[in-house]
Ligand binder design. Structure first.
Ligand code: SAM
Length: 215
């Protein structure tokens, strides 16, 4: 597990503080939460969900407000999970906190209605890693998955794509902006249909959440 644990407890605490440190980061979290809220509504208000990687649990209030009754949360970092444990909202929110790899989830098939994967996909440089993640999201969910990442088609993304990307490395690496068409083709290759996309800051910034479904 150590090769996927990128956050000590101190770094995990810093991650939590970082997202609450300025008006800009608080507004972005507020908009990301709104996008996830819309995706949950458009997915028919599922009652069971997965949040993986959950980090410190930034999105748990959204699952609670949207009517999720039982949440499974997972992450590859023991430090993140330790900080997340202090943010529990109730005995079922989350019901389980699992230390596991996003590429090989220690979870049964079809254990949730809806699987969310926030701020992870754009850390993956290798196509094989992206397909492994999508395969796992499909395996553990009964119908829907939501994936957030950086895409082009906005001011920041178009500017970023003019610069060289970070070096390719396996697993969780530096963030990269992806072309929408490439990402959407990857989702379809993994057997997902795109239900809808939600831009966190339309036309300005790169964050986008996709709601996906499968048979
Ligand atoms: C940028 S954080 C996002 C956390 C959370 N989704 C959020 O938006 O606040 C990325 C997370 O991925 C986790 N992670 C990195 N590699 C992983 C892996 N192979 N399997 C599971 N989690 C991993 C890290 O521990 C970290 O919590």
């Amino acid at each position: 597990m150590s090769n996927i644990d990128h956050y000590s407890r101190d770094r995990a605490r810093h991650y939590q503080v970082h997202h609450d440190k300025s008006l800009r980061t608080r507004l972005t979290t507020w908009r990301e939460r709104a996008c996830l809220r819309h995706a949950l509504r458009d997915a028919g208000s599922p009652t069971t969900a997965l949040d993986l990687p959950c980090g410190t649990g930034r999105f748990w209030p959204v699952f609670a407000e949207a009517g999720v009754e039982s949440l499974i949360a997972g992450d590859g970092s023991a430090g993140m999970l330790e900080v997340a444990a202090g943010n529990r909202l109730g005995p079922k929110l989350p019901e389980r906190l699992v230390e596991t790899s996003a590429f090989d989830m220690d979870l049964p098939d079809q254990c949730v209605d809806f699987a969310a994967c926030m701020r992870f996909y754009h850390h993956l440089a290798m196509p094989g890693d992206r397909q492994a993640l999508l395969g796992e999201l499909k395996r553990v969910s009964r119908r829907h998955a939501a994936v957030s990442l950086w895409v082009d088609g906005n001011l920041a993304g178009n500017r970023r794509l003019r610069k060289p990307p970070p070096p390719d490395e396996p697993g969780y690496g530096k963030r990269r902006c992806r072309r929408r068409e490439e990402v959407e083709a990857e989702f379809e290759q993994a057997g997902f249909r795109i239900v809808r996309a939600y831009d966190v800051w339309p036309l300005i910034y790169m964050w986008r959440l996709y709601l996906l479904e499968h048979d």
